[in-house]
Design a protein around this ligand. Sequence first.
Ligand code: ADP
Ligand code: MG
Length: 456
Amino acid sequence: MVNKEEFWSDVKNELSKTMQAISYEVWIEKLEPVCFMDNVFVLSTISATSKKTIENRYLDQIREIVNNLNSFITDVEIIIQDQEEEYLKKQSISLPEKGLIIDGVSPVKPEKRAPFLEKYTFDTFVQGKSNEYALAAAKTVAENPGGKYNPLFIYSGVGLGKTHLLHAIGNFLAKNSPKTKVVYANSEKIVNDLIGVIRGNSNEQTNLFRERYRSCDVLMIDDVQFLSGKEATQEAFFHIFNDLYQSNKQIILTSDRAPKDLPTLEERLRTRFSWGLSVDIQPPDMETRVAILKMKASHEKFMLSDEVAEFIAENATTNIRDMEGLLNKIIFFSSLTNRPINTRELAYDALQDFIDEKKDTLDAGDIVSTVCKYFKITTADIFSKKKTKNIVEPRMIAIYLITELLSMPLVSIGQMFGGRDHTTVIHARDKISEEIKTNTRIKIVVADLKNMLLNR
Ligand code: ADP
Ligand code: MG
């Protein structure tokens, strides 16, 4: 019997790790677990408005965590507290029995519904230079599974869209080829399933495990790097891989690095992973980041000005999930204060904690060395009296960034830069802030540098 309170507290614990603290407190803390209805976990909230907000913004996330924690539970429903009794009556469940009964935990029971999140489709995936090959490959595989790219191996840093693409393939197949049997699992889940099998130690369970993973047409394993060092799972997976591959079933894998860089993965798996096509996703450029933000905002029905989109995109460069976090924070602030957040200044207010936190750990030395690295010059040059353009420009930019990001006295900045006068510092600062308005190249350089500094 799964205890709903304990289960909910586990779910909350996971949610608190990924959500903004403030959103978590406002929307999640006040939810109460009601019951399990077949494969649905029912939660209640105080009002219709909060039900709507939670459904729009957080339901997918809650569902994903619930399903990861217990693969039996495939959906989550939010009801309003006042209507709880009525709801339960309608479902003819008596109050004391509001637990979920599972006979001997068998995590390998086939799932009723594939866990693909509706919002992750090809339509909601913004194409840019950084991801175009991965996107094209994912589309090809979705249209023709088991065809020329097998296995398809997608790798990138965190939060750059690997899971999104897997869900997009799943959603595409569910719509266009509903008979295709798709199994999606992250490798942690496979490991857990297998542990369940080993513990259960029955033939029936072992067969179920094999059947589940071998009887599919498309097998997706997300974050395959977690198989590293798990020999028993690798062994089981190796056989599943061979069976599927030989019968031309599509295998799609994602990882945080290329197959050759998965050192603790058995050699035979590593070679197999590179039999098909490996594609990477790079961090998106500024233009793609802004396009993604605009798309996400329009889904939330939030009017995002260019200015604020750029502001967010400057502050989060290497991880789209972080960037979405900042957007959510702004949307949340806007709804709390009931005012549109459409200028850089207001966005700065909304994200101040975040920006301050980043700044706290930054010092002038970091700024100078980052600028020098960026322009491929030495620190001796930047502090020198040299007046050539390739030194003067980085010097002015470094000074500008120090005045903008740190609260260092102008005199000290002058001293740091070879004993220059504070008026020279002011001149450099004002010159660059003017240039940013008119010179696109400088604007991009400064944005890049800020990103590098604030996203270390
Ligand atoms: P990963 O699996 O690589 O860690 P995810 O697929 O979970 O990353 O992506 C993190 C977030 O970024 C998701 O909300 C996803 O929708 C979003 N995202 C990533 N790339 C894009 C893109 N090109 N267009 C739209 N959203 C994206
Ligand atoms: Mg992922």
